[in-house]
Design a protein around this ligand. Sequence first.
Ligand SMILES: Nc1ncnc2c1ncn2[C@@H]1O[C@H](COP(=O)(O)OP(=O)(O)OP(=O)(O)O)[C@@H](O)[C@H]1O
Ligand SMILES: [Mg+2]
Length: 575
Amino acid sequence: MAHIRVLPELLISQIAAGEVVERPASVLKELLENALDAGATEIQVALEQGGAKRVQVDDNGAGLAKDELPLALARHATSKIGSLDDLQGVATMGFRGEALASIASVARLSLTSRPGGAPHAAMIRAEGGAGSAPAPAARAQGTTVLVEDLYFNTPARRKFLRSEQTEFGHCEDVFRRIALARPDVAFTLKHNGRVSAHLRAQPMGERAAALLGRDFLGASFPVDASAGALRLHGLAGTPQAARPRADAQYLFVNGRYVRDRMLSHAVREAYRDQLHGERQPAYLLFLDIDPRTVDVNVHPAKIEVRFRDSGGIHQFVLHALRRALAPAAGAAPVVYARPADSGTGFQPGFQPGFHLQQPAQAYQSFMAAATAAVPLPETADSAPLGYALAQLHGVYILAQNEAGLVLVDMHAAHERIVMEKLKLGLDAGAVARQSLLVPALLSVDALDIATAEENGDTLAKLGLETSVSGPNELAVRAAPALLAGGDIAGLTRDLLRDIRDYGASEVLSARQNELLATMACHAAVRAHRALSVTEMNALLREMEETERSGSCNHGRPTWYQLTLADLDRLFLRGQ
Ligand SMILES: Nc1ncnc2c1ncn2[C@@H]1O[C@H](COP(=O)(O)OP(=O)(O)OP(=O)(O)O)[C@@H](O)[C@H]1O
Ligand SMILES: [Mg+2]
């Protein structure tokens, strides 16, 4: 039997590097964030061979004292937080005290720095974890971090590096996101000695124009809305200026680029009805929020956050953006309070049912309002969710069971069922797929094409088969059978984005629930119409099946029980 042992420091860092340093672009992201945390106003980036050979970042920030240099490379050493309380309100980009140590464990790193007031600079080198003593060096105030030969000592990881052009593309993504978030800072980007971006400190609109194109600026509404400590500002592209590709969608939370289903859902909802078919809105939005109400310590690369009041933020973003997009429509005043805060005092003993991972995407769009009165079944026997009585505004099913009234969110329930079925398929190896008679086409960029080509196996597992059909176009030739008739192009676009941002292995493992939820939300076409009683009852029976199959309880409920006693209380009966 193997003995348990404590791992050597270097190996520990290399394991941590597996999460943080996925490719050269991740190195660039960490170095840029450190420069910003140091208060730099000018940052120069120089890359070679897509960053695999060299990533160098120069800044004019606060710098580091000579005796602090070794600490900067030590694991769990940071100047940014000192207590749990600091962590909970963290306002810097970094806080884990891990990035430089992780990078140094899988590359050759040198750190040269001179703090304000110091007579000269000092430099330290580290190679595969082993560091040198600090030595004097020449440099003006600020810091230079040079990272060379990424993965020189971990050949298995080096194999995962893609072509120079692809890796540079990922670096450009990172650079663009950070430069968009900080127009007050000047940036330069060089690749193989050639300048590919030169940005002086400038107002946000000019920065957006420089990085996203003049037409973006010309065809966007300014957004600036506040509610309490929440603020949403930035630029929202007009529906007319929507693009074939989702390549200009930027959302930052407290200056950090994040991927968040709830936020993108709110944005999509705001644009819904204004966009035609496959068109993708362009936007550059900054959500500022009290750092104490958002947890940034949920993902090693900090690309995800968790909001304390995600329902309230969804409402805020949706309405702020809707008003910005329809300034002349005489929008009604917006109330941001959630029902739970409305203070009616009526809190019936609802039994939450099983839950969906995330808000359903097409929640409001999926069906024409239709209320159909239907005859009661002869026997309201033991079916746990009872039998359908009616459909309310095309959104809810009202059903009667032994205990009283059951309310079902049809769309959420349907998504939940699809999600469970997809999960079964994935657990068994691959999601069942179906060839498309007419391939679904989507406009993409070069990185999307590279992502699709490199991850054919993953896509196949998810029931998708794609091929390149043009320099900027992918054709989807097969799609998950369960989602037939759904928004296949949108589904593919979302999955490619996730794989591009998180990597295929993470999407299939740690993010599997989000993945399935993403897939399921492209499914609910059949809910675009009123359901017959038979269909409603079939849905109720399927829900019972799904629930029995042991689903996890996250997100919002798909049904509520309102008992006769609850109703009696409501009508003050027997009191
Ligand atoms: N460009 C820089 N200028 C000044 N100090 C820096 C710079 N880069 C790193 N440091 C110092 O080195 C420390 C370690 O950096 P590192 O990126 O490893 O950790 P962090 O930024 O504190 O947290 P995280 O792991 O979340 O990025 C920082 O806390 C900071 O004090
Ligand atoms: Mg850092």
